[in-house]
Design a protein around this ligand. Structure first.
Ligand code: NAG
Length: 500
């Protein structure tokens, strides 16, 4: 035994020597000194048993090595050994990654956990929000990332300088920002100060902003110009598309060849709609389930759909029709001019809806839930949700109590399968229970108590117009904790496709 252990330790030591790491392991007594003496440090708080930490380890090592020459340090802290240090830094889950600019200037790491992403994120973090450029540094700066943004400003133009600085602070995690006050450089770029040039390593290579410097206008310009004419929707780009404020047209296709082919076909439409509708391909093999969120069938590709990202409305293109330039152009033109109705996913309205719990679907949502003469309690559930299943018998009981009470025409107990019906409510977890009181339909009250018949009755009588209280026949022994389940939990459980 003893020998075997020593042998194993010997192997470990040999391995450690063989792969000298560029990641510095820190302890409570070395941490502060390290972040004080290094301008910028990325620190990983980890636990040896954590799976995500293990997956990150080789990526982290690789990033540390490539960042070494830029003097950007990567460190790690084993929280099973340095519990207090981790607690002091508010570590709640593993791994937690934080960027330190000295001991007091700390920000969360917001990039992906891949070597290339860590490297590029940390290079951006190490630069001042705006790098002052000269004719010697401009060319290299232009190539610093896929998208870089450079302002050409007169040295005396304080207002433009300040406006640009604000945008740079805000978007510094997304793009490198540079500025020059050399009029000759501006001229060489074909602009007159104040102007902004966004350089990109795709599409037409650059975009120019020459309007008056205004935070909102520049932000809008940046978001539009930095998005490729036809990009790719995936976990890294999804949130950019959702926050762009523009509708997103998806091209679902299963192979890279097919995505390329359809992109080429639809390019003229994307060009014509630039700044109005974003276009992107999406890998239907990996993210086919996302088609379902757009009310497309998930087994028939290629497919096309537009999502209005502000109101979250869906406009699927008929999957029985062929994707041609003419058909898609007509569809997109109609969408832009408001001639296409959003698709609303709904189960059919039940023929018999006389049970104690009324079944709501998208098609009868307004009639039932927004009936201004009634207090309507509605449960938003998902068929896979365990908490919903355990609530079901109690909810039936609640419905039955009201159905046979004097309030039977004033109080409605209802439920809707929110995975099969598009509802206007934003649902964060299942079950969600809300009361739409009579006379107050624009201000529903969300239930947050224990899921017992007794507490639900109390909620209805306290928040409803009719103060409708009914007597529960048996009292319940214990109150269930009001936990909810998120759709992400379901996705994680299924693990049969990647999530956006
Ligand atoms: C913007 O203002 C800062 C602070 O005064 C200055 O250091 C910087 O050089 C100015 N930028 C340009 C492009 O002149």
């Amino acid at each position: 035994m003893h020998t075997a252990k020593n042998f194993a330790l010997g192997l470990l030591a040999a391995a450690a020597v063989a792969t000298a790491s560029d990641v510095t392991q820190l302890k409570t007594d070395t941490f502060d000194e390290f972040v004080k003496t290094n301008d910028i440090v990325l620190a990983e708080f980890f636990a040896p048993w954590c799976g995500h930490c293990k997956a990150l380890a080789p990526e982290y090592e690789e990033a540390a090595t490539s960042l070494k020459e830029k003097d950007i340090k990567l460190a790690k802290i084993d929280c099973t050994e340095e519990a207090e240090l981790c607690q002091k830094h508010g570590v709640e889950g593993y791994p937690t990654l934080k960027v330190f600019r000295g001991p007091d200037n700390v920000s969360p790491y917001k990039g992906q956990r891949k070597a290339a992403a860590i490297t590029s994120y940390m290079i951006k973090q190490s630069l001042p929000a705006v790098s002052l450029l000269t004719k010697d540094t401009l060319e290299e700066f232009k190539k610093a990332d896929k998208v870089v943004i450079v302002a050409y400003i007169d040295a005396a133009d304080k207002a433009s300088n300040e406006t640009f600085g604000k945008i740079a602070e805000k978007l510094r995690d997304n793009y490198p920002f540079g500025a020059s006050n050399d009029a000759a450089l501006a001229e060489a770029e074909g602009v007159t100060a104040p102007a902004i040039v966004l350089y990109k390593d795709f599409d037409e290579g650059k975009a120019v902003f020459t309007e008056k410097f205004d935070v909102e206008a520049i932000e809008k310009f940046t978001k539009t110009a930095a998005i490729p004419l036809i990009g790719e929707v995936g976990p890294e780009t999804y949130s950019d598309y959702m926050s762009s404020g523009l509708p997103l047209a998806y091209i679902f296709a299963e192979t890279p060849e097919e995505r390329k082919e359809i992109s080429e076909l639809l390019k003229p439409i994307a060009e014509a709609q630039r700044g109005v509708v974003n276009f992107a391909t999406i890998d239907a093999k990996a993210f086919g389930a996302h088609a379902g969120n757009l009310n497309l069938k998930t087994d028939k590709f290629p497919a096309f759909a537009i999502q209005e990202t502000v109101k979250n409305q869906k406009f699927p293109f008929d999957q029985e029709k062929a994707i041609t330039l003419e058909a898609i152009k007509a569809f997109v033109d109609d969408f832009v001019s408001g001639k296409v109705d959003p698709s609303i996913k709904s189960e059919p309205i039940p023929e018999d809806n006389s049970g104690p719990v009324k079944v709501v679907v998208a098609k009868n949502y307004n009639d039932v839930v927004l009936d201004d003469t009634k207090d309507v309690l509605i449960e938003f559930y998902a068929p896979w949700c365990g908490h919903c299943k355990s609530l079901a018998p109690k909810y039936e009981e609640l419905g039955a109590l009201y159905a046979k009470s004097e309030f039977k025409d004033q109080v409605v107990i209802a439920k809707v399968d929110a995975t099969a019906n598009d509802v206007p409510d934003e649902i964060q977890g299942f079950p969600t229970i809300k009361l739409y009181a009579a006379g107050a339909k624009s201000e529903p009250v969300t239930y947050s108590g224990a899921r017992t018949v007794e507490d639900l009755i109390k909620f209805i009588s306290e928040n409803g117009k009719y103060k409708a209280s009914v007597i529960e026949e048996t009292t319940e022994a214990s109150a269930a904790p009001a936990a909810t389940e998120s759709p992400a939990a379901e996705e994680a459980a299924k693990e049969d496709h990647d999530e956006l």
